[in-house]
Every structure is written in structure tokens, then in C-alpha cells.
Ligand binder design. Structure first.
Ligand code: ADP
Length: 468
């Protein structure tokens, strides 16, 4: 769930919660006030009645009169004698023969209770009447007030509170949604820009921000841009260092190789030592060449000269050259080849092919097989280099195109192992041709590299799907 949704839910829930709490408080207070008022009224009427009530010598009730009851039309009265007979009741309920509050009727102390008689909600005050010092029972008096008006007021209040809570929650949700959206918009821009930088591998980009640099978002963007700047500086100096060192190393290496030739011609040194020096110098030359290429590629100084390239011709060239390298050790063959023209730099594409095929030859044990195939799939050219070598361990697969990365085993495998630069250069070349390079491998069963390149525009409509 996004931060925006979470904050919106939080704010509207908070608003609703506070309003509901406030509403419940008001509801309880108003209810108490109304009930208190009703009870005061009942008590007042009771006092009036008691003033007019006498008990005769035998102990019978003798209510002189109930005139005040007419004045308080909302109050009903029942007076029961000591024998449980209805002595008198107010006008409106003269037909009612049961107590106004049957449950409270037996109470020995004055008591307020709610009672429901014939669907009417009543508040009933029950007072047991006692006479004399011996507190002899003289009957019971019950006074009731209709709570229908109070109930209606409470229901209306509840509805108003609910409506206010729902309306304010909706208003809070809408307002939060827009304000949070506006507040978070720069963060989305930061995310988008960070993703762009990662996608394009371009540290020179900066996040634009129109707002003030003092607020939290401004500070975040400034910090992010500062970090980018620092990274860019570090990265540039690393590239420059790499380019300078590899450039500087080329001359002494040429001198070493020249001197080896000279010593060989003069015949004054052991041939085995000379060959060893020569091999190492060649290896170093390759490393220096790769390093220079890598540095140029990363700094964008490796120009690609695009022309129409017959990928099939290129593949056959590489096949012929590499067959010499494979000798009888491994079998190198082409399983399928279609005419596939693409737009690209022939030298660089050839370099990629040579790298993939020489890797396959290098890592496949004697007796193994390397199969090359080229065809069209949709609007793309698909070139496959498959070998029956040792495969690449699953943990190495995600890093295989990183520079200087070598699968652990290959470091110890042989001196023939390279420096882990070939595939990262191949990756750079293919992605800069608008293509993709993929690898699939099963340890112990072999590796398959697959290159996808866009076909030449004129070829796209005639493309076909080759059979495997
Ligand atoms: P290197 O010059 O070391 O071969 P690469 O960048 O060309 O460098 O390859 C990186 C690593 O990928 C190699 O060290 C090797 O471990 C692994 N690798 C590449 N191709 C194959 C293959 N065909 N079979 C097995 N492992 C391979």
C-alpha cells in the first residue's frame, strides 16, 4: 500500500475517531441531562402528591386529591394500597391494571427504572409508602414519564453525529489525498529520476526542484544531488585513472615484447623463459587493451561506427577463425544460419562474437561441443552460442556481465582464464546496439549465450520464425 493511501486512511480515521469520541460524549451528556430533567419532574410530582396523602387510623391510604396531576400531563401516577390493590391512578391510565414498573414494584427503597408498557418507553419512580415508627407498609406509589420524546431527541442526535462523522471523514480523506499527493509529488520525481539514472547508467543527471531548499523535500533533493555529484566525480576519476594507467602500460609492454624478439634473434637466452615472458606480456597486453576499451566505453568515448552488417557473414568469419583455436579439442559447428542484416559496428559485433566463442572454447573440456546458430525471430535477430561446458554456477549468474567478475572456479581453472572483462564489454556493445544479451546455464550441462539485435528496418516486414 502506498504511503499516500496509508496517510489518507490514517488522517480520515483520526478525524472520524475524534468526532465519534466527541459525539459519544455529547450523546451521553445530553441523555443524562434529559433523564435528570424527567426524574426531577417525577420527584416534584411525587412531593406534591405526598402532601395530599393521608393515612387513616387503620393504616389505609387516603389520598385527598390529585389535582396537580392534570398540570403535568406527561406524568402518570398509580397508587397501590398495602394489599396490592390499585387505589387510584391518573386519568390517562385509568384502564391500566398492572403496575407501571412491574419489576420495580417490589422494591423496598425508592427507585428509578426504565419500563416498557404497551410499546411506551417510561421512566418510572417507585416509592414504597411506610407509616409510623415501626415503618409499616401503607402501599406503593409509582410515577411514570413518557420517554418517547427523549428517545426521539437521542436518535436524532445519534443520526446527526453519524452524518457529521461520515461527512468530515470524507472531507478529510479527499483533502488529505490531494495535499499528501502534492507534498509527495517531488518524492515521486526523485524516485523516477533515480530509476532513470540507474537505467541510463548516467550519473550526470540531477533532480530538478522548484520549491524551497529549506523544507524536508528540498533537503532530500539537495542531499541526493550532492551524492550524485560526488559519485560522478569519483566515477570519472576512476575512469580517468583506468584509461591513463592502461595507456601508460602499453609502451613498456611493447618494449618488453620487442626485447624478447631481440633476445631470441641474438640466441642468448633460454627459449622456454622467452616464451613464458612473451605469453605473460601477451596476456598483459590483452588486459591493457580490454581495460582501455572498458574505460572508453564507460566514459562514452568508445565511438560505434554504424553500418549495414551481414550478421551471417560475420558469424562465418568468426567460425572460420575460431575453428583454428578449437582444433580437435572441441567440436565447433554451425547448426543454422539465415541471412540476417542488422545495423551495427561490424568490428565491435565481431569482438562480441569472438569473446563468446573463445569463452566457450576456453571453458569447454576436450571432447565437448559448441553450436552456433543465427536466425530471425519477429523483428529481431537471434544469435546463439551454446556449449557443453561446465556451466556457470547459479550464484555467479547475476554478476556474469559485471566487469572483473569471474566465476570462482574459473579463477583457479587455468592460466587461460581471462580477467572478467570480456562479457562486460560485450554487454556494453550489445546494449548500445539497442539489443540484449542473455545467458542460460545449468551447472555441469553447459551454457547458452543468446544475443538479440533489432533487424535492419527494411528487413522487419519479411522476418520469419526459424525452426529450431
Ligand atoms: P574472462 O575473460 O574471465 O573469460 P568474461 O567476462 O568473458 O571474462 O567471463 C566472465 C566469467 O564468466 C568467466 O570468468 C567464466 O567464469 C564465466 N564464463 C563465461 N563464459 C563461459 C562459458 N561459456 N562457460 C562457463 N563459464 C563461462
Amino acid at each position: 500500500m502506498s504511503l499516500r493511501v496509508r496517510l489518507t486512511i490514517l488522517y480520515s480515521a483520526l478525524t472520524g475517531g475524534i468526532l465519534l469520541l466527541f459525539g459519544v460524549l455529547i450523546y451521553v451528556l445530553v441523555s443524562m441531562l434529559l433523564i435528570n430533567q424527567v426524574e426531577d419532574n417525577l420527584l416534584q410530582t411525587f412531593n406534591d402528591i405526598i402532601e395530599n396523602t393521608r393515612v387513616d387510623s387503620v393504616g389505609d391510604l387516603n389520598v385527598v386529591t390529585l389535582p396537580q396531576l392534570d398540570l403535568t400531563a406527561n406524568v402518570y401516577v398509580q397508587i397501590w394500597d398495602a394489599n396490592g390493590r390499585l387505589h387510584s391512578s391518573s386519568a390517562g391510565i385509568s384502564r391500566l391494571q398492572q403496575p407501571l414498573d412491574p419489576q420495580g414494584f417490589q422494591s423496598r427503597t425508592p427507585l428509578y427504572r426504565d419500563s416498557y408498557i404497551q410499546a411506551a418507553h417510561l421512566r418510572v419512580l417507585t416509592v414504597p409508602l411506610v407509616v409510623g415508627a415501626e415503618r409499616r407498609s401503607a402501599g406503593v406509589i409509582q410515577l411514570a414519564a413518557n420517554l418517547n420524546v427523549v428517545d426521539a431527541a437521542r436518535t436524532a442526535l445519534l443520526q446527526i453525529i453519524a452524518v457529521i462523522a461520515i461527512v468530515s471523514m470524507t472531507v478529510a480523506a479527499v483533502a488529505s489525498w490531494f495535499t499528501i499527493g502534492r507534498a509527495l509529488a517531488p518524492i515521486s520525481a526523485v524516485t523516477e529520476m533515480a530509476l532513470n539514472i540507474a537505467r541510463a547508467d548516467d550519473l550526470s543527471n540531477r533532480i530538478p526542484y522548484q520549491g524551497t531548499a529549506d523544507d524536508e523535500i528540498g533537503q532530500l533533493i539537495t542531499a541526493f544531488n550532492d551524492t550524485l555529484e560526488r559519485l560522478e566525480r569519483l566515477f570519472t576519476s576512476q575512469q580517468r585513472f583506468l584509461a591513463d594507467v592502461s595507456h601508460e602500460l602499453r609502451t613498456p609492454l611493447t618494449v618488453v615484447k620487442g626485447n624478447v624478439d631481440l633476445l631470441r634473434k641474438m640466441g642468448c637466452a633460454d627459449e622456454e623463459s622467452l616464451s613464458s615472458i612473451e605469453d605473460e606480456a601477451d596476456r598483459l597486453s590483452r588486459l591493457v587493451g580490454d581495460l582501455l576499451l572498458e574505460a572508453q566505453a564507460e566514459s562514452g568515448k568508445l565511438p560505434l561506427k554504424f553500418t549495414d552488417v551481414e550478421l551471417d557473414t560475420l558469424l562465418l568469419d568468426v567460425y572460420r577463425e575460431m575453428r583454428i583455436l578449437a582444433r580437435d579439442r572441441v567440436k565447433l559447428k554451425v547448426s543454422q544460419i539465415d541471412q540476417v542484416p542488422v545495423l551495427g559496428d561490424p568490428d565491435r559485433l565481431k569482438q562480441v562474437l569472438i569473446n563468446l566463442v573463445s569463452n566457450a572454447i576456453k571453458y569447454t573440456p576436450p571432447g565437448g561441443e559448441i553450436i552456433l546458430s543465427l536466425g530471425k525471430v519477429g523483428e529481431q535477430a537471434r544469435l546463439i552460442v551454446r556449449d557443453t561446458g561446465p556451466g556457470i554456477p547459479a550464484e555467479d549468474m547475476p554478476h556474469i556481465f559485471e566487469r572483473f567478475y569471474r566465476a570462482e572456479k574459473s579463477r583457479t581453472r587455468s592460466k587461460a582464464g581471462g580477467f572478467g572483462l570480456g562479457l562486460s564489454i560485450a554487454y556494453w556493445i550489445i546494449t548500445n546496439h539497442g539489443g540484449q544479451i542473455e545467458v542460460a546455464s545449468q551447472e555441469g550441462e553447459g551454457t547458452t549465450f543468446c544475443i538479440w539485435l533489432p533487424l535492419l528496418r527494411s528487413q522487419r516486414s519479411e522476418s520469419s520464425i526459424p525452426s529450431e
